[in-house]
Design a protein around this ligand. Sequence first.
Ligand SMILES: Cc1cc2nc3c(=O)[nH]c(=O)nc-3n(C[C@H](O)[C@H](O)[C@H](O)COP(=O)(O)OP(=O)(O)OC[C@H]3O[C@@H](n4cnc5c(N)ncnc54)[C@H](O)[C@@H]3O)c2cc1C
Ligand code: FES
Length: 342
Amino acid sequence: MSEVIAALLPATRIEVDNGPGFTVGPNDDTLLRAALRAGLAFPYECSVGGCGACRFELLEGVVHTLWEGAPGLSERDRKRGKRLACQSHPQGDARIRVRLGSEADKPAVLPRRITATLTDRRAITDDMVELRLKLANAPTFLAGQYALLYPPGVTGARAYSMSHLDQGNGEWRFIVRRTPSGRGSTVMCTELPVGATLDIDGPYGHAWLRPSPRDAVCVAGGSGLGPMLSIARGVLAENSARRVHFFLGLRQEAELGAAAELQTLIGERLSATVVLSSPGNPSDWSGATGFVHAEVERQLAPGLGTFDHYMAGPPPMIDAMQDLLMVRHQVPFEQIRFDRYV
Ligand SMILES: Cc1cc2nc3c(=O)[nH]c(=O)nc-3n(C[C@H](O)[C@H](O)[C@H](O)COP(=O)(O)OP(=O)(O)OC[C@H]3O[C@@H](n4cnc5c(N)ncnc54)[C@H](O)[C@@H]3O)c2cc1C
Ligand code: FES
């Protein structure tokens, strides 16, 4: 839709039952993003239909569902009339019921949708690349946040986390792993030519670096490396003595190129442990093996409660870390922040 036509169309008004209202502009693609752009503490995690955190109930009005089969809703949710705000586009004014979060859950930076240019692609491993995008009039972002990228020709957005610190120059960097038969990551890792443009929306996410007197533990599984590098860089850039204990879980030696990204950060304030879950030749690998959460426990228990914990990676790793920290070591919830790569 052209911007001129869009400006002439009336914005849609959404009322939250017992809460504030917000408008969805003609160019705002989902109800969740409009709510966040309005500064509301609308609950969410992934923004891409995978986690179910943005469930709401439609009380009045008509809403178009962008992705009917989104795994964030169970059959039970669907039978009970639940919907996902990140997959809902209102067709007119509507009233919804959702439990909004507290003041602390409001977006730290209001997200925007803009055009970006792919300016560089660098191989890190056989299936992992670093991408650099240049954004015109970019908003700021905080260490650990992510953006939604719209790979051309692919249905839906893909979430990728920024891997560095905001320099204020509109360059956003990402570490992306190509998943076998994954459409979005294949376009971003191999098909999109340098110089091409694409839409990007952000920043999003709650797992950003908070000021704290505690040392930080960063746990990354595979491409979860990106946001953990950003968090680690953020801690090291502070004028403080805070230390970082960095744990990187990889599968095999072929992925060790990812560990090289960490090398320049290792020093007095950052220690790094690489854990291979299934080394090809165990007798040639002298480092840690097994699950990364078990290595975190081996090195840092029983003092886990004295740290802030940041983590990003596949759901089984996040589940295992949550069990370790919250159930077995009673680490307070506010010391734990994560991105689950659903
Ligand atoms: C918060 C967050 C941060 C992430 N950060 C990174 C990162 O820094 N680096 C990295 O490599 N990976 C990251 N991921 C994973 C990444 O977003 C993709 O899931 C992964 O690259 C696989 O995408 P694909 O297109 O290759 O696979 P596909 O199987 O083609 O697509 C899977 C993704 O597409 C969405 N999707 C599938 N079908 C539809 C549809 N019909 N309509 C709308 N959406 C659809 C799914 O929700 C899922 O996100 C992150 C995920 C999340 C949730
Ligand atoms: S935020 Fe909507 S399903 Fe995850």
